[in-house]
Ligand binder design. Structure first.
Ligand SMILES: [Zn+2]
Length: 414
């Protein structure tokens, strides 16, 4: 088998340098889309990519594509990549390992003299985190066409700055209609990422091969009852919005338990009671419900069941209700051929591994709408992520890069 030498010291030093572009003091990292630190990080990243001998293209949102031409450059490319934006006070590995690790994977292939048939392309997705515009995976959603130019033009950050003005001020002036990729742009896309959970570490494994990504549906439900004095209003005829909500909460849990899928989860994570006084009947309740599964049919089955119950409860209790579906993304299954290739590569390298489900979602969820995809996970110490203590050992990152590089190389010769 081809021997690759991953330059772990170079990669780790780059990860450490990128972490210094931050609005929070080390070890915390804060890097918000189109901020000064994000811009400075992009300038630095472009230089590393150019130094590696790759060509750069950027689209109107600032998604960055770094390409190493294959021997048949007209063929759909093999893509890899992730994000470098970081939520406030998070760590230095989430996303970054997939961008700088992807760069190192391509560099290692180049340095080993391996020329593939298909081109290899590294993507740095604009804003995987929802920090600034309230929606996760902004760049990859637009690349997949699930966010259209009109949707992007309507977006503003909490200070009222329009996305369209911010992106142009950041130097991304190409048309938004040019962001969506063609269905045959990539033949496959493989993202390297830290696990952000404890499963690999717990089982003492080096590599995770992601077979599917669960996707959430998020519902906001507002219940309008009738308030009044808790002592003076007798029980007959009460329209207590919280008691109605309590029936709905129970149904959310039942829907997940009884869906028939082991991957079903459903949670009411937010419940606001108005007016919120001990001697006042709750007149209004706002609740937000998160429902996930790796299979669309199971996930949507739970959503439908919960909505039916809301209607039944509110009808019976004469409670007004508004249900808004805040998002409802499709889960994805990884491409069988990529899974098998990654598995073969991992076995040949002698690394311990397991196939697993990603319960958090990533840019790959949206890339799956335009090409076969898979993800490679490396362990997260204690499962920590989105906090400064996020940690993956240097050699574990290098092992992930090695698996990524050889998987890409094999996919690029198909
Ligand atoms: Zn991430």
């Amino acid at each position: 088998m081809t021997q690759l030498s991953i330059n772990t010291a170079r990669l780790i030093s780059e990860i450490n340098t990128l972490a210094t572009f931050s609005d929070a003091p080390a070890p915390a990292v804060t890097r918000i889309l189109y901020s000064g630190q994000d811009q400075a990080a992009r300038v630095w990243l472009r230089q590393q990519i150019l130094d590696a001998g790759l060509t750069i293209r950027e689209d109107g949102l600032g998604n960055l594509f770094a390409r190493w031409e294959g021997s048949e450059p007209g063929l759909p490319a093999v893509g890899t990549g992730s994000h470098i934006d970081a939520i406030p006070h998070s760590g230095k590995y989430d996303g970054v390992v997939g961008v700088l690790g992807g760069l190192e994977a391509i560099r290692a292939l180049k340095e080993a003299g391996i020329k593939t048939k298909r081109s290899l392309e590294l993507v740095m997705f604009t804003a995987e985190e929802p920090t600034r515009f309230g929606i996760g995976c902004l760049g990859s959603r637009a690349m997949a066409g699930t966010l259209k130019p009109a949707d992007l033009l309507a977006m503003s950050d909490p200070e009222g700055n329009k996305l369209d003005e911010l992106r142009q001020a950041a130097g991304f002036k190409k048309t938004l209609s040019g962001v969506q990729l063609a269905q045959d742009y990539y033949s496959s896309f493989i993202e390297l990422h830290i696990e952000q959970g404890p499963r690999l570490e717990r089982d003492n494994l080096q590599i995770g091969i992601v077979t599917s990504i669960a996707a959430p549906a998020t519902l906001r439900v507002i219940l309008h009852g009738d308030g009044g004095h808790a002592g003076a209003t007798l029980m007959p005829g009460r329209k207590d919005a919280l008691v109605a909500a309590s029936e709905i909460v129970q149904e959310v849990e039942r829907a997940a338990h009884e869906s028939g899928s082991p991957d079903s989860v459903a949670t009411v994570g937010l419940l606001q009671v108005h007016p919120g006084a001990v001697n006042s009947i709750p007149s209004k309740v706002t609740m937000e419900i998160d429902i996930r599964d790796t299979r669309l049919a199971s996930r949507d089955g739970m959503v439908d069941r919960v909505i039916e119950k809301i209607e039944e409860v509110c009808g019976r209790r004469q409670i007004g209700h508004d249900v808004t579906i805040l998002n409802r993304d499709n889960p994805c299954q990884s491409g069988e051929e990529i899974i098998q290739t990654a598995e073969r590569v991992t076995q040949r390298l002698g690394y311990s591994y397991k196939k697993l489900v990603s319960r958090a979602y990533h840019d790959t969820l949206f890339m799956a709408q335009i090409c076969p995809t898979a993800m490679i996970f490396v362990p997260s110490e204690n499962g920590y992520s989105h906090r400064p203590e996020e940690f993956t050992a240097d050699e574990e990152i290098a092992q992930g890069v090695e698996v990524l590089a050889l998987t890409m190389a094999e996919c690029a010769n198909l």
